[in-house]
Design a protein around this ligand. Sequence first.
Ligand SMILES: *Cc1c(COP(=O)(O)O)cnc(C)c1O
Length: 418
Amino acid sequence: MTATQRLDAKAMSDAEPVTRKTFDEVMVPVYAPSAMVPVRAHGLDLWDQEGKHYLDFTAGIGVTSLGHAHPAVVETLCTQAEKLWHVGNGYTNEPVLQLARALTSATFADRAFFCNSGAEANEAAFKLARKYAHTRFGPSKSRIVSCVNAFHGRTLFTVSVGGQPKYTEGYEPLPAELLHIPFNDIDAARAAIGDDVCALVVEPVQGEGGVLPADAEYLKALRALCDAHGALLIFDEVQCGMGRTGDLFAYMGYGVTPDILTSAKALGNGYPVGAMLTTDDVASAFTVGAHGTTYGGNPLAASVALKVLQTINTPDFLARVKQASVTLVQKLEAIKHDYPQVFAQVRGRGLMLGMVLTDAWRGKAKDITKAAETQGLMLLIAGPDVVRLLPALVVSDAQIEDAQIRLRRALDVVLSAQ
Ligand SMILES: *Cc1c(COP(=O)(O)O)cnc(C)c1O
């Protein structure tokens, strides 16, 4: 085929409808998406190209916590879209200032930096921690300590700080002065944190690593160790924050306050936005020009995030998350009880829950989520051995009941095929 013929063929196929097959033809192959293509959703209800209905217990991986197309968020986005989208960092804007004020008054933080994703929020946090340590203590205080199986994003820095070698293989040379320690192991943390450490970063509830909550004693010990060695404590709340655990941020439920907190995912309910929150003292290590991003905190993102925050951060909303969690955990425990050959444990906090597979079922989490999808229930995995549930925080008791029925049906199908 000549170049012109190839262009003609491409122009012709532009007119054809896109399907899942198109993905394999035109997308860089870093994902292996489901066979169904979602086209429309409302609340926890989602429909694919064929018109088939699904109950969404993934919330776009903990993102659409208010449900799809939440009316107040849609209204906010549309209103702002007619007013002002973007101005660039030579100007500030009203929505970003309102959002920063709301986030700082709701948390330990005095200052906010905005970006577009969880990885960027963590990237900013790690750069800030290095800058802070270097300006206060000198260039040798550089080490960042993080946990095995942690996930902090996919930029080269964040993926290197994350504790999963499968994500860094092939990208060497990696950033230096990083150290990984086992999660929830106080002795390992004590051994790792010396005066050369500028920061320790941890997810209060590990998400991608298997839905594993930190022990309160562990986080308290990390706080004490960081204080003793002049290291900053960073909580990555990209997945567990914004109401997911039943507290606005997980640190509040643990009673341990970090120096830097990162948020993204549910912060924008699907509109890309990330935030790094910190104190006056730590923030002062960043001066004009030290860090930045074009889109961070643009008026569209900021107005959406402010509406999301205002909706989630009410006592009634958060109390309902805790109540829904109790109901869902009861159902999952009953499923574990009725399918003891499949499930060994139900764990997590709030509406961030994982069902851990038994040794006999090790590696088969994806088989279960696929079977669930056939039954019209969307679920996630967290590694090969954990089925993960992250329903929108607005999930009703009826939807919880519906989900457990569909999950049981899926398990029956998988078991009968054994
Ligand atoms: C998803 C996630 C990230 C990365 O967020 P992106 O928006 O994908 O860059 C970082 N940390 C945690 C804990 C996450 O779950």
